[in-house]
Write a protein that binds this ligand. Structure first.
Ligand SMILES: Nc1ncnc2c1ncn2[C@@H]1O[C@H](COP(=O)(O)OP(=O)(O)OP(=O)(O)O)[C@@H](O)[C@H]1O
Length: 585
């Protein structure tokens, strides 16, 4: 209850404000709401998804101009204007996103700057859009007998829109696709290895952010009854980014707090500065820059995060029991599962893997060992599709997967952990593990936003809890993954990999950082998985752990296979002792 106080207080203020505040405050609140919609999109896109756009003001402009043009030139209803606004912003975002998001890196920010500049000049030079003079006489929104012509009426419409949009975003972030958006910051390889199509997720997030901006533009046009290019230039896009970042770009509430903070501060400065200097405009920009630098220095995560630190965390209940998810039928024990056939990987002149071949059969635990730099992690990346071999072939469950990417290989039943742990530290243990079950669920963006996914979510949560308990991490599923010790984070990665219901599990140094008893528990877990028919290939440096656990060992040295055999034979092999064990085994 205490943790919900800010939300309840905020809603109370929103409801009561028009009854005690003057016209000026209501108008200011209208602008705050309109800006908050754009900032909400930026929280999803930038704060959570890790993609920066300098073009949000242009999407607001497309929304505003679409409805202004349709209602003034053709006398159509503002609701028809809303449809056009959303269609045009959606299509524009889809085109820009499709072209630039595949390229990654700085292409999205750069292309959104180009888009922002060009759309500004387009608005300013089209006769039908009134050139730089703009379009006036935009009609008010009406809904049957209700007219939203006054500021007070617009207040109701704007804030209902903001609250509904925030609620939909909140639901989305707690859904399957929302977790995929939250995983984006962990890097493409991590997300794709659970079967997430990261390009699609980034594109949809970009489109959602643009639609929120288009919606904001629609409200803006019918509130101010006039549109001109000035409010939609790149500087305005920077203002929107400032709003999202100052409020707390990792939090939906940050969008509202940030737009309120920025709007109130701007108003205050515009009141005060002219009485101090004749250069009020430039000084305002300088002051905002200083505020931004101070924020980055002292409250990088934004106002909401700074306040939230002082509030008690909401105690979430243990996930309820639910129906089991269907499990895969494992291949016949002893059948050929993985075949690495004369695989070569060259990085320029360096041969990291040189004509290595080995097989793994269903139900086996096989270890890949070798000194540092022997090529083990490269081999894992070749098998899981992160890298493609220069020569040779890899076959998995009878299919040639040599040219497949990680997502496609994951969908065939291969799950992995990483040498350098790849988790989302700001997501809870259970949310991290539910990412592993992504491929076993199917609810889309809309189902998530409208909460039509609840039965599936319950099953996925139940499955995630099952894997957490199995790995000894079931006591506190709502703890943040970043709060675990490194060894425990490795175990969490195993729980996440198991949530995918794999046929083959690739574990990269699973016992690193674990204490003795934890290693024993891990070995017991891996043995029980083998008992269930799961096949395991692992890289590990702890020889005691490997020798007692695995069925066979493949030894690599300088990129080539040195030998392969039963643990006792490998331990006794003079070449292995010399090369890897330093003659001490
Ligand atoms: N992307 C890359 N580009 C260039 N060289 C690479 C790349 N990845 C690995 N290498 C090189 O390939 C060789 C094998 O590296 P790899 O990480 O596979 O070894 P490893 O057996 O896993 O070692 P460790 O146990 O230290 O992780 C090393 O010489 C490494 O520097």
């Amino acid at each position: 209850m205490v943790a919900r106080l800010p939300l309840i207080a905020g809603l109370l203020v929103l409801v009561l404000l028009p009854s005690f505040a003057g016209t000026f405050a209501v108008t200011l609140m209208n602008y705050i709401g309109i800006y908050a919609l754009v900032a909400l999109g930026l929280v999803l896109l930038t704060g959570i998804g890790g993609l920066t756009s300098f073009g949000q003001a242009s999407f607001v402009g497309v929304g505003a101009y679409s409805t202004a043009w349709l209602t003034t030139a053709y006398g159509l209803s503002p609701w028809a204007g809303l449809v056009l606004a959303l269609v045009l912003t959606g299509v524009a975002a889809l085109v820009i996103g499709t072209v630039t998001l595949r390229l990654g890196g700085h292409f999205l920010p750069l292309s959104t700057i180009a888009w922002g500049i060009s759309i500004y000049f387009l608005f300013g030079n089209m006769d039908s859009l009134g050139r730089f003079g703009g379009l006036s006489g935009v009609p008010p929104i009406t809904l049957g007998p209700i007219s939203f012509a006054t500021n007070g009426a617009m207040y109701v419409l704007i804030w209902i829109t903001v609250c509904i949009s925030a609620l939909l975003c909140w639901n989305l972030l707690r859904s399957r696709e929302g977790r995929a958006i939250r995983s984006l910051r962990g890097g493409r390889i991590m997300s794709e290895s659970f079967g997430i199509n990261t390009f699609r997720i980034r594109l949809y997030t970009f489109v959602i952010a643009a639609l929120l901006a288009g919606l904001s533009g629609w409200l803006y046009a019918h509130m101010s009854r006039f549109v001109s290019p000035a409010p939609f230039d790149v500087r305005a896009s920077i203002d929107y980014l400032f709003m999202a970042i100052s409020g707390g770009s990792g939090y939906l509430a940050g969008a509202i707090v940030g737009s309120a903070f920025t709007s109130v501060a701007k108003n205050f400065l515009q009141d005060v500065l002219p009485s101090i200097t004749s250069n009020a405009g430039p000084l305002e920009t300088v002051i905002f820059s200083v505020i931004f630098i101070l924020l980055l220095q002292y409250a990088r995560t934004g106002i909401v995060a700074s306040v939230q630190r002082w509030l008690p965390r909401r105690a979430l209940p243990m996930p309820a029991e639910a129906e089991e998810m269907p499990r895969r039928v494992m291949p016949e024990p002893g059948s050929l599962m993985l075949e690495v056939d004369k695989v070569v990987k060259r990085f320029g002149g360096l041969v990291a893997v040189n004509e290595v071949d080995f097989t793994v059969r269903t139900g086996e635990i096989v270890a890949l060992i070798g000194p540092n730099g022997a090529g083990k992690s490269t081999m894992f990346n070749l098998i899981s599709g992160v890298l493609s071999p220069t020569e040779g072939r890899v076959r998995f469950l009878g299919q040639d997967i040599t040219s497949y990417g990680p997502r496609r290989i994951a969908s065939l039943g291969l799950s992995r952990t990483f040498q350098h742990v790849k988790l989302r530290p700001t997501m809870s243990l259970i949310d991290n593990v539910m990412l592993g079950a992504y491929r076993r669920t199917s609810s889309g963006f809309l189902a998530g936003a409208l909460r039509l996914n609840q039965a599936e979510e319950r099953r996925a949560r139940h499955e995630a809890m099952r894997q957490l308990r199995r790995c000894g991490l079931g006591d506190n599923p709502h703890e943040l993954a970043g709060n675990l010790a490194l060894g425990q984070q490795r175990i969490l990665e195993i729980a996440r990999a198991l949530a995918a219901d794999p046929a083959l599990l690739l574990l990269d140094e699973p016992a690193a950082g674990l204490r003795r008893l934890e290693k024993k528990a891990l070995a017991d877990l891996l043995r029980s998985l083998r008992g269930e028919g799961v096949t395991i290939l692992l890289v590990e440096h702890d020889m005691e752990f490997v020798m007692d656990l695995v069925d066979r060992i493949v030894v690599m040295e300088f990129g080539s296979k040195l030998t392969e055999g039963l643990p006792a034979d490998v331990r006794a092999d003079k070449r292995v002792q010399d090369a890897y064990l330093g003659g001490t085994a």
